[in-house]
Design a protein around this ligand. Structure first.
Ligand code: HEM
Length: 173
């Protein structure tokens, strides 16, 4: 066992991807409830949900970005994979800045049960960069194959077990 498993996860079970699901889920809920409030569907309730899910997303982002950053440090500097991962990082950090400003300037609207025009546009911009970053994150994994073991014939119990796969460990990016 390696100490780095604590912050990188096990081979075949990295920590960053499941955290990204929670982060993207929170921001997606935020975008949907912002639109719902602006078009008048459950106007006040949706505005509350928009701001709260935005804050939840920002909190989870701290862990998501940290685990992604740790994996990013392991990539060979200026390799094609590094460039794709670096564009992914830039897009996600840009999205985070938009969401953070939306939460800060949108707090007044939240207390009055409304999503104001400025924070609404910032939420939509954040979501656009989140989508682009998700696409690039997918390229890092599914095109470059980062942290993928691809053990097609691994028995299901062994594949699902929370144990490292020593036979591929060293080959992993
Ligand atoms: C809001 C923050 C972030 C989100 C939502 C996010 C999302 C994603 C997604 C969707 C993937 C593809 C994996 C999958 O499909 O499950 C991915 C992979 C990856 N991301 Fe991020 N990411 C974020 C921040 C970062 C940051 C800041 C970095 C680097 C500094 C980074 C580095 C990576 C790396 C290296 C991978 C390859 C897979 C791995 O190492 O686990 N990510 N990310």
């Amino acid at each position: 066992m390696k100490l780095s498993y604590l912050w990188r996860g096990l081979p075949g079970h990295p920590i960053h991807p499941p955290l990204t699901d929670a982060t993207i889920g929170a921001y997606t809920a935020s975008m949907i409830t912002a639109v719902a409030s602006v078009i008048g569907v459950a106007h006040v309730t949706a505005a509350h949900a928009w701001w709260l899910t935005l804050v939840v997303g920002l909190i989870i982002t701290a862990l998501t970005a940290l685990t992604g950053f740790v994996d990013w440090l392991s990539i060979e500097w200026r390799s094609p994979l590094w460039w794709t991962a670096t564009w992914h990082m830039s897009s996600m950090l840009t999205a985070t800045v938009f969401f953070l400003i939306a939460a800060l300037v949108g707090h007044d609207g939240y207390t009055h049960g409304a999503v104001d025009a400025g924070p609404f546009v910032l939420t939509l911009l954040g979501f656009a960069f989140l989508t682009l970053g998700g696409w690039l994150g997918g390229a890092v994994v599914f095109v470059h194959g980062m942290r993928v073991l691809s053990l097609v014939d691994e028995p299901p119990d062994r594949a699902a077990a929370p144990v490292p796969h020593p036979e591929k460990e060293e080959a992993e990016a």
